[in-house]
Design a protein around this ligand. Structure first.
Ligand code: ZN
Length: 132
């Protein structure tokens, strides 16, 4: 892992959150993308090398909606940029981390992604991501 690629933030209302983050960062969201398989619409801000990914649910059974119901709005995950996601997943699994998916999935922002379960990371949902 060589850098934090982005921080994912769960929001209920994407428009409202975009307004807030626009003011906070003094920059506009540069893209929105829906990942229908995950029931999520994302909006990305870039600040220097780092990105903020806002995540809002697109349907009631979305995992993001479940997160919001349980924990409310706030930091959802931290994403690290990796070079060889399959190898990294194997190493982390051998070290005792629990992978949510055994194979990388197609995520937003032209990435292959995989998640580590928060119960194996002290409560932090970790995303590994690699450019496609
Ligand atoms: Zn993410």
């Amino acid at each position: 892992m060589h850098k934090i690629e982005h921080i994912g933030i769960a929001v209920q209302d994407l428009e409202e959150a975009e307004e807030r983050w626009k003011k906070l960062l003094n920059t506009l969201s540069y893209k929105r993308e829906t990942v229908e398989s995950e029931g999520v619409i994302t909006s990305f801000f870039k600040i220097g090398e780092s990105k903020i990914e806002l995540l809002a649910p697109t349907r009631p059974d979305s995992p993001i909606q479940k997160f919001l119901d349980k924990k409310g709005e706030g930091i959802h995950h931290i994403a690290f940029d990796v070079n060889d996601i399959e190898v990294k997943m194997k190493i982390l699994a051998q070290q005792g981390f629990i992978l949510i998916n055994d194979q990388p999935k197609k995520g937003a922002d032209k990435k292959k992604v995989a998640f580590l379960h928060p119960k194996s990371t002290g409560g932090v949902l970790i995303e590994l991501c690699q450019d496609l």
